[in-house]
Write a protein that binds this ligand. Structure first.
Ligand code: MG
Length: 341
């Protein structure tokens, strides 16, 4: 099997503020694995705060090329992924780009969409949330209007103007909201106070309220919260699930954190055994990685897969949304077509 890859840069439709300036781009790498005339596509997305870059992913993939050249058959996926995982300790996005391309390839060889290979029922997909970044009230209102087709809003908070943000949204919309605090509530008592204030405001769940490593306080909050709490930054891979099971009601699985679809599926099965709720999320990605993640959404409670809607230069056509509901297609593999380079 032959692996090729190329770096690319995604541009946001709407650049946004971060701590030290404005973020307007995300680096990605597209991977291709060829086998008997068929091509499987994959993608690594590297938001700057996760420590991967074009350089680290390209250097990882150079090593992965050698591993893949030793295997003649994509159906050896389990052994391939174990070897790929062993190349370096981290590089989870680079690993995911191999995993996704292999799944796409296997679907194409078997002439089946991946959601069928995972024994999913197309009808069971959730709605995606529509993300509202932190902004001034007037911009927020405009974004709520832009997301009118989406029945669930995802609202980012950071502990600064949280009540103003929520009041602004509630002044024009009664839609259920999912909240992502991104570790922004530094104190468990203040966090509980905010949760109590939010308890009659139609909030579905709150993601990563406290700093990621503070599991003692997460457990304290978990025992008192009237709103379900989800782990995002506190959980990366399969081996983390048991550590957080008494600190959260649910977990956010992202392919770029957990090395891809194979491990994400294992995480879904384990989380269900532990009665944890499930959310599948994404980074800023093209429809390639988004469609890969969507193949697993028939098995989860919530999805946050609007990443490709927020970029200008999406290289792929893939899964779509019908009034916000994730709509899987019948195409083989991860269901994508490369439309431009
Ligand atoms: Mg999050």
């Amino acid at each position: 099997m032959k692996l090729t890859y190329f770096p690319y840069t995604l541009y946001f439709k709407r650049p946004f503020k971060i701590a030290h300036g404005i973020r307007s781009t995300t680096p990605i790498v597209i991977t291709k694995i060829e086998y008997e005339g068929m091509i499987g596509y994959g993608e690594a997305s590297m938001p700057p705060y996760l420590g991967e870059s074009h350089e680290t992913v390209l250097s990882f993939l150079k090593k992965a090329e050698l591993v893949l050249s030793k295997f003649s058959d994509p159906f050896e996926i389990e052994s391939i992924l174990i070897e790929i995982d062993g190349i370096e300790k981290y590089n989870t996005a680079a690993k995911a780009s191999i995993d996704i391309a292999l799944h796409d390839l296997i679907g194409k060889i078997k002439n089946k969409p991946c959601w069928q290979l995972f024994h999913g029922d197309k009808k069971d997909t959730p709605y995606t949330t529509y993300t509202l970044g932190i902004d001034e009230p007037e911009v927020l209102k405009q974004k709520v209007l832009e997301g009118e087709d989406y029945p669930i809003l995802k609202v980012k908070l950071n502990g600064e103007n949280d009540k103003i943000i929520i009041d602004t949204i509630r002044s024009i919309s009664n839609k259920p909201i999912a909240i992502d605090v991104n570790q922004g509530w530094k104190d468990k008592h203040l966090a509980l106070e905010m949760i109590n204030w939010l308890s009659d405001k139609n909030v579905l769940f709150i993601e990563q309220a406290l700093p990621k490593d503070n599991l003692d306080d997460a457990n304290w909050l978990f025992e008192r919260s009237s709103i379900p709490l989800f782990a995002d930054e506190s959980i990366q891979r399969f081996s983390d699930i048991d550590k957080v099971k008494d600190c959260f009601h649910g977990i956010n699985i992202k392919l770029m954190k957990c090395t891809g679809m194979h491990e994400a599926h294992k995480m879904i099965l384990r989380a269900k055994e532990l009665n944890l709720k499930l959310l599948i999320g994404c980074m800023s990605e093209t429809s390639c990685a988004i469609s890969a993640a969507a193949q697993l959404t028939t098995k989860v409670d919530y999805a946050d897969l609007d990443g490709a809607l927020l970029i200008k230069n999406n290289l792929f056509d893939g899964i779509t949304f019908e009034n916000g509901k994730i709509t899987l297609n019948e195409m083989q593999g991860i269901g994508v077509i490369l439309k431009a380079l």
